[in-house]
Design a binder for this molecule. Structure first.
Ligand SMILES: [Zn+2]
Length: 297
């Protein structure tokens, strides 16, 4: 039986297809997203499906999916999908069962089924990208919440008078631990605004301000990890996204700070690692969702 997992991002649509073996790919869609062309976006998915016929499709989207109405709410990077029922639309268009879930939640599920989170009892996955996403898989089950809005870890407040977050609140963890958070930390040190990828490049070249910025970034990350440890007592926390992938030292630095901050008991039993599926973790999770819900593991 064949299954398809699709991850709709603001820049790319990625897919992972399983039919005896795994195949993956991606399509550039930034222009479509910016034009706000919902139909064109659905056409890209239809094209992927045409070439990868499957029994069911799992879809990962950046945004909250209201469990009661099926509508996608708050999807700042993919405006065409806001207040839209993508499950219904795709099922009608493709004539196959479609299951939709938040992308960070599915990134955790992907890592649990196919990546660095295999056999984890309580797995938390943090996706450090433009924003900060969180997902949890507990005893093999996705933690999605009653409404579909669980695990908004990026928006836990770590300083009530802190920096402004993209969500409009002050002092969210994401305001510090995200690519724009890192850019802001660097800006306050140097008065220069450069992309996070460049800061990482400078840090890898050993440049002082960049190294200091990533140290500070890691300290904020440690506070987020401390809260996660105290609430979930997980055995595994995985960090996904460009920053930990290209500058893995943040994991060691944050873990060293975490040791000083957290209760010793949950610290003893957790391991903090880098996610292993890279940019495809969400698509792998979507594939897992299609298999779990769409019949036949
Ligand atoms: Zn926020």
């Amino acid at each position: 039986m064949a299954f398809l997992g699709i991850d709709i991002g603001g820049t790319f649509i990625k897919y992972v297809y399983e039919n005896n073996q795994i195949k993956k790919g991606k399509f550039y869609v930034k222009d479509i997203v910016e034009e706000g062309d919902r139909e064109a976006l659905l056409d890209v998915i239809a094209e992927i499906f045409e070439n990868h016929k499957s029994k069911a499709i799992g879809v990962a989207v950046a945004g909250l999916i209201d469990k009661k109405t099926g509508l996608i709410t708050n999807s700042p990077n993919i405006k065409p999908l806001e207040h839209f029922n993508i499950k219904e639309a795709l099922e009608k268009k493709l004539g196959v069962s479609v299951y939709v879930e938040n992308d960070a939640t599915l990134a955790a599920y992907g890592e649990y089924l196919y990546g660095a989170g295999k056999d984890s009892q309580i797995l938390i996955c943090l996706t450090l990208g433009t924003g900060l996403g969180g997902g949890a898989v507990i005893n093999g089950h996705l933690l999605t919440g009653v409404s579909g809005s669980a695990m908004e870890i990026g928006h836990m407040t770590i300083d009530k008078n802190g920096w402004l977050c993209h969500c409009g609140r002050k002092g969210c963890l994401e305001a510090y631990v995200s690519s724009y958070g890192l850019e802001r930390i660097y800006f306050f040190k140097t008065d220069k605004h450069i992309p996070s990828s460049e800061i990482i490049l400078y840090a890898n070249e050993g440049k002082k301000e960049a190294l200091e910025s990533l140290e500070e970034f890691s300290r904020y990350l440690a506070y987020g990890l401390m809260n996660i440890l105290h609430i979930f007592n997980p055995d595994k926390v995985l960090l996904a996204g460009g920053i930990p992938e290209h500058y893995p030292a943040v994991v060691e630095m944050a873990t060293a700070d975490l040791k000083k901050l957290a209760f010793p008991l949950p610290f003893r039993d957790v391991s903090i690692d880098i996610a292993s599926l890279g940019e495809f973790s969400g698509a792998y999770g979507a594939l897992g969702l299609a298999k779990t819900k769409g019949g036949g593991k």
